[in-house]
Design a protein around this ligand. Structure first.
Ligand SMILES: [Zn+2]
Length: 464
């Protein structure tokens, strides 16, 4: 793509400029890269290290929209580093410590540049503690919609893909660096503070309540969320794991939103019967009332749904099936780069079709005929361009390719491919080439030409 070429040229210039100004040092310590090198999200992510864990301790006061926090990151250097960068947008940094020692830091736009007192050898495990605060803001994004921290009348919603996390904590903000999380979030008594993973209890003191959450499976940063406000929270268990759902108090207690998320466990079981065991330690879902959230997002173990999905009189469980399918496709098995986002969306959309058929709606065959007729074959599913990340070529054409694979190899081999793929790459990162290679090996069939035609070919392949 044109955008990709421009970016690659920019990268070379930046690398030359960096080596020119530092020259490295005698021990080979050099600055970490300023981004993950993903042309779909220039500036996001960083290089030279890998984050293993985030321990976040934040306080949010809706009265002044003020967030204060301490983030403690457990990190491993993947090469000898003289300094490194974290993504942090729009907040002020008070102090940075590396392994408990004060480190020099500079905040340049959305990049926090940290220079520890000594170089970090490759393979060194270290901690970075950042104390920060301010009034968080969303990341403006005209093409894809603003992501990140939105203050609401009763609290806040931090949410967004492909970027959002850097608006509320310092982060290596790219899905290629997944990490586990502990979050303690302190809010005024009476408000809920919802996030990912297992609820670890809450304590109150002096008018403030601290809610604790832990996500023990590696999570991509865009899948982290924080929802604060007036919510009806329902806590139970499903299949031996905590299930926490929440619906904004502004929405009716017996309306379609509540009825839809109430089926979370049932939908997850339907998907687990096809994709293999549910990959996380908790279940859930949060429905927000804020009209600015015009989408649903598969935030790990606890998707967040915008209010528009539940306008009608009837429940909408297709969106629940879509977001829960992402727990396998996208969350557990994540893209290594955004140009392969169909590996998330194509499968989640297909799961939506499977659920609709199971739940008495349209059959998959009917949906395939309809979507096939509506497909613009000039738009590729793989590498659709940044502006096309959330387009029909990724979702609908991607799901058609999944169906074509199913028809080519048969149901038995199809589900064997999906289950094996998800098990083999659990908690990992993958590419389209990985998937095609895996499907060919597992089914024993050559599939490249077929999938090329369905994913990127310029003319309609024969209807499967
Ligand atoms: Zn999706």
């Amino acid at each position: 793509m044109g955008r990709g070429r421009v970016w690659a040229a920019g990268l070379v210039t930046a690398a030359l400029a960096l080596s020119g100004c530092t020259g490295g040092d005698d021990n080979g310590f050099r600055p970490g890269a300023a981004d993950a090198g993903d042309p779909y999200v220039p500036g996001a992510g960083n290089g030279g290290y890998d984050v293993g864990h985030y321990a976040l301790d934040v306080r949010y006061d809706p009265a002044g929209d003020r967030l204060t926090g301490t983030a403690t990151l457990t990190v491993t250097a993947t090469r000898a580093l003289s300094r490194f960068q974290l993504d942090l947008a729009g907040l002020d940094v008070e102090r940075v410590r590396v392994d408990g020692e004060a480190a020099k830091h500079r905040h340049d736009g959305a990049e926090l540049i940290v220079t520890p007192s000594g170089g970090l050898p490759s393979g060194r495990r270290f901690t970075v503690e950042v104390t920060y605060g301010g009034v968080p803001k969303p990341l403006p994004n005209a093409e894809l919609g603003d992501g990140g921290f939105h203050a609401t009348p009763d609290g806040a919603i931090a949410l967004g893909q492909p970027e959002s996390a850097s608006t509320w904590y310092p982060v290596n903000d790219h899905p290629s660096d997944k990490a586990t999380y502990d979050l303690a979030v302190t809010v005024p008594d009476g408000l809920a503070a919802l996030s990912n993973g297992v609820p670890e209890g809450r304590t109150s003191s002096g008018g403030w309540t601290t809610w604790r959450w832990s996500e023990r499976a590696p999570m991509a940063s865009y899948l982290s969320t924080l929802v604060i406000g007036d919510y009806r929270v329902s806590s139970g268990t499903h299949a031996g794991k905590p299930l926490v759902t929440a619906v904004a108090a502004a929405l009716p207690a017996d309306g379609p939103a509540a009825a839809s998320v109430a089926r979370t466990g049932e939908v997850a079981d339907f998907l687990a019967a096809r994709f293999g065991p549910y990959p996380f330690e908790a279940y859930g879902g949060v429905v927000v009332a804020d009209e600015r959230i015009r989408y649903a997002l598969e935030t790990q173990s606890r998707p967040v749904y915008g209010p528009a999905f539940f306008r009608g009189d009837r429940p909408n469980t297709e969106v629940v099936a879509h977001e829960l399918a992402h727990q396998w496709f996208g969350d557990s098995v994540s893209v290594a780069r955004w140009s392969d986002i169909w590996l998330n969306e194509g499968f989640a959309t297909y799961a939506e079709w499977l659920w609709a058929e199971h739940d008495g709606g349209r059959t998959v065959a009917q949906t395939v005929v309809e979507r096939y007729a509506a497909t613009d074959w000039s738009r590729p599913t793989v590498d659709p361009g940044r502006a096309g990340m959330f387009g029909d070529a990724v979702y609908q054409r991607g799901a058609l390719a999944v169906h074509a694979l199913r028809r080519a190899v048969g149901d038995e081999a199809f589900y064997r491919v999906l289950r094996g793929w998800l098990a083999q790459h659990r908690d990992g990162n993958v590419t389209t080439a990985d998937f095609i290679g895996y499907a060919e090996r597992t089914s024993g069939r050559p599939l490249r030409a077929l999938l090329d035609a369905w994913l990127v070919g310029g003319t309609p392949p024969g209807l499967p």
